[in-house]
Design a binder for this molecule. Sequence first.
Ligand SMILES: [Zn+2]
Length: 60
Amino acid sequence: MSNATNALQGTAPGHELGMVICKHCQQVMFTIPTNGVKKIYGVCGQDGCLETVGENEVED
Ligand SMILES: [Zn+2]
């Protein structure tokens, strides 16, 4: 019964098409397996990026 949990992890390596990108510095933080290429915006955690959390977004 050692392979009972493998059904949940049948995704082959290299299928990580979802990119989590810092919306402030555009740095790719990590990738996640998704169906198709997707960009998900988050905050990377650097000081310069964290300071703007909760503030109005600046677009320039
Ligand atoms: Zn950042």
